[in-house]
Structures are given as structure tokens and as C-alpha cells.
Design a protein around this ligand. Sequence first.
Ligand SMILES: [Zn+2]
Length: 288
Amino acid sequence: MSGKSAPLTLGHEFAGEIEEIGEGVNGFVKGDRVAIEPIMYCGKCQSCRMGFYNQCGKMGFVGLNDNGGFADYVLVEPYMVHKLPDNVSFEEGALVEPTAVAMHAVRQSKLKVGDSAAVYGVGPIGLLTILAAKSAGASKVYAIDVSDERLQLAEKLGAIAINSLKQNATEIILAAGGVHVAYEAAGVQPTLTSAVSSVKQGGEVMIIAAFAQPAQINMFELMVKEANVTSILAYRHIFPEIIALIADGKLDVKQIITKKIALENIIEDGLELLVKDKSQAKILVQIG
Ligand SMILES: [Zn+2]
């Protein structure tokens, strides 16, 4: 949509202070503390006109399709800007974006207060999905992953950890009666298969991860329990609600920050470490 190509400044999860305001833009003053909703959309297509701007045919992200937040200054559209109350830090502000994905998934799912859930894959989005499901009233949340380090973080958030390399997640969950909703945040065939098997009668598998490959679902298995498979794409109309939940102390997103680094060390201490060290979830980059 931007027509821009590499090299671009990355960074699509960020917060900061307003330094300059474009002509004709109202509602903001210099110094306002804000979080950025990075979705770019056309505003004219059928999806946009229906309010589903996350499904815009020209959808893109600041920080992926246009210059993003790993810089001292970034230029964004007014519709992307959400004010932060004084008691919400920039760190928390930067976490609104990934939290939006998790919270949109939970809101679009049929999870109700007291229901059980499973989260397959506990990278940052999976961890935030645990938090979102718990804040929505989930009674118990299973966390399934292949990394003990990541599962330790999930346990800290109150999830029941299952390492699927050592244990059979489907068997454990079914022995306890199955779950109402399984959130698929891993995006591979084995986790999808287990997610479909682990939901109870009338349950739901909510797809959050972007699958790189087509995947198979046993439709008969789904059918005999009248279960559903649903999906989300990023998020829409949810930043203000998440900022309010954080401000009210109902969503402690800071728990998933495992490290803070300076921008000049982003390759070594950030990107390379994320690959090497499985105990890292969100590494926060401080700028300026
Ligand atoms: Zn559009």
C-alpha cells in the first residue's frame, strides 16, 4: 500500500510522545503520550466500509510496509494514534499491539466466564492469550509448547503447562473433560490436530497463528462433537479497551517483558538473543 520497499525502519509495536502534529489534525497536543495502532488500510473498500479494516485488501503494517518505530521519530496517520493515561507506561503502551491480537481472539471466541481453555504455542502472542483468557474469566488455561523455558513463563501467568515433547497434551486435556476453547497460536499441523481433539462437545478451535502451509482437519471428529473452527486476523476496534484494562490494573501485560535493551544493541541483544534463548518472550527496545 505504501509503495515503499526495503530498506525500511522496522518496529510495529511501539509507544511514544507526540512531537509534531500535521495541519488540520485535531484532538492531539504536542507531548501527548500515545500508543500506535499500526494497521494501514484504504478506508474505501467493502471491508473498510463495513468496519472490518483489518480485512482491507490493501492492509499493511507500519513497521513492515512503511517506516516503523525503531527510530527517534516516526510519522503516522491520526487514526493510528491512541492516547495513554498517565498511569500506563510506554512499556505497557508498546505491548498494546500484541495484546490486541490476543484479546481480539478471546473476544471473537465463545469463551465465557468459568470456561476452560487451552493455548497451543506460548510465544508472546500465546502468553498474552493466556492473560486475555484469564481476564475474560477462564477457569483454567492449559499452555502447550515444546520449550520448558517458555512454559515456565506460562506457568507464572497461571497456566497449566504441558510440554508436548514429553507429554500427550490431547490425552491430559481430554482426561480432564476437554476444553471449551482451544487457541491455536503455533500454526503447525500437530498443534492444530491436538487442538481439534482437545475441545469438548460444542467447543471451538480459534486460529490465531498464520499457517505457512495448508493444514488438515478431521472434519468427522469436529462434526461428532459439533465443534467449530474459527479464525482472526490481527485486530480491529480494540486499542482503547485494552488501554483502559491496563490502566485499571486488570491486565498486567508487563509480565511478558523478559528484557529491556537499547536500540544500538538490537541485533545482538534483541534479534539474535530471541533465536538463541528460548526463555525470552518480549524484549523491549528503548529509544532516545
Ligand atoms: Zn480497505
